[in-house]
Design a protein around this ligand. Structure first.
Ligand SMILES: Cc1cc2nc3c(=O)[nH]c(=O)nc-3n(C[C@H](O)[C@H](O)[C@H](O)COP(=O)(O)OP(=O)(O)OC[C@H]3O[C@@H](n4cnc5c(N)ncnc54)[C@H](O)[C@@H]3O)c2cc1C
Length: 341
């Protein structure tokens, strides 16, 4: 039996802290209930929003239909061979708690992704990434409920069509699949580290004090760097990076670099990725405030809610930022989080 709660407040369930109300709300603790809920919503023509930690969502004041908070829990090692193992984690588990759990068991591979807010089930949506590692580098497969066929099935990492902050779940077939579990390829080999990011390498070296760097140093360094740079959503409402780093071709990068020598960009395949935070800061937005919302003073890529902000205020601010970046650099910024509805 599905019991929906009417007019449910979501203020504490979205990291922007917007004062939002769901027409109907339910917590989903099992795959059976998820299947029943999808049937119920489809037969009643209710839109359905699957909610994780609400850390990548920009919600309107009223959310029509049903908001289902993913609460399916569970974690198990499903195979082991030599140093390699596969860890299956249910969608409702907290992402950072799972990184901590994996480290405590001596399972490595997720340490660069420490302290990213949200749930495991939402992580494949935008192929979360940080400090040189993306989710796609660690995913074996993703178990989903296909809301079109009502089947529970497994999608390989290839099927997920992961790319920079994107996947089949986000842009190719949005809303079709509800993720129930993610299976990770992890290792017990403590020497396989990703220290591609200079700041990460430097911090690890200072933590290791001349000894070999371990995944535990990487975990501590990532947590330290993130705490310095990013606002804690429990204190200041935000959804992390608000814009993706825009990708440009080599000719465009060279044109911009000639005109703006301080431009920050890095080679990415056959083009360049520009640091969106640098573009925004160069337009003078860092620390600016517009009504209750603004641009974080320590990182221009992060928009913040300092009290009674709402979706409309954020949309206005984001549009003004996009316009000024486009006018000054001729580069169009793409928003990273999802606006709903
Ligand atoms: C301070 C801060 C720092 C951040 N840093 C990073 C970072 O370094 N790298 C990065 O990539 N992101 C970062 N983010 C963004 C965010 O944490 C991630 O995108 C995270 O994966 C969102 O998880 P969530 O559970 O909060 O998703 P939600 O915001 O609840 O949902 C996001 C989207 O996923 C969908 N969804 C949620 N669960 C499921 C499911 N089980 N099945 C299908 N769809 C689902 C929702 O419907 C929605 O469309 C940051 C955010 C904050 C606030």
């Amino acid at each position: 039996m599905l019991t929906l709660q009417k007019d449910y407040p979501l203020k504490s369930l979205n990291t922007f802290g917007f004062d939002t109300v769901a027409e109907n709300f339910i917590e989903i603790e099992s795959r059976d209930r998820l299947v029943a809920l999808v049937n119920y919503c489809q037969s009643n023509h209710f839109p359905l929003l699957v909610l994780g930690g609400g850390s990548n969502l920009i919600l309107s004041d009223q959310i029509p239909g049903v908001v289902a908070r993913m609460q399916i829990k569970g974690v198990e090692v499903i195979s082991e061979q030599g140093d390699q193992l596969q860890l299956k984690v249910a969608a409702g588990e907290n992402w950072h708690d799972i990184v901590v759990y994996a480290m405590s068991q001596g399972f490595f591979g997720l340490e660069n992704l420490a302290l990213i807010p949200g749930t495991v089930g939402a992580a494949p949506m935008q192929n979360i990434g940080a400090y040189g590692v993306e989710l796609k580098d660690r995913v074996a497969w993703v178990d989903v409920l296909d809301t079109q066929t009502h089947q529970l099935l497994s999608l390989s990492s290839f099927d997920c069509q992961f790319s920079y902050r994107d996947s089949v779940f986000k842009s190719v077939e949005p809303g079709r699949y509800i993720i129930t579990d993610v299976v990770f390829n992890l290792t017990r080999d403590a020497t396989q580290l990703n220290l591609e990011y200079l700041a990460l390498k430097d911090t690890c070296e200072s933590l290791a004090k001349g000894l070999s760097i371990t995944p535990y140093h990487v975990f501590d360094a990532v947590c330290q760097l993130r705490r310095q740079k990013l606002p804690d959503p429990a204190v200041i409402g935000n959804v992390g990076s608000f814009f993706k780093n825009p990708r440009v071709c080599v000719a465009e990068y060279e044109r911009l670099k000639a005109e703006f020598p301080a431009l920050v960009g890095f080679a990415d395949g056959d083009g360049y990725k520009l640091a969106a935070g640098w573009l925004i800061e160069a337009c003078g937005w860092k620390g600016k405030q517009l009504n209750a919302v603004g641009v974080y003073e320590k990182q221009a890529l992060v928009l913040v809610n300092r009290g009674k902000g709402d979706r409309q205020q954020i949309e206005t601010l984001a549009e003004q930022i996009r316009e000024s970046v486009q006018q000054r650099f001729g580069v169009l910024l793409e928003v990273e989080p999802r606006f709903y509805p």
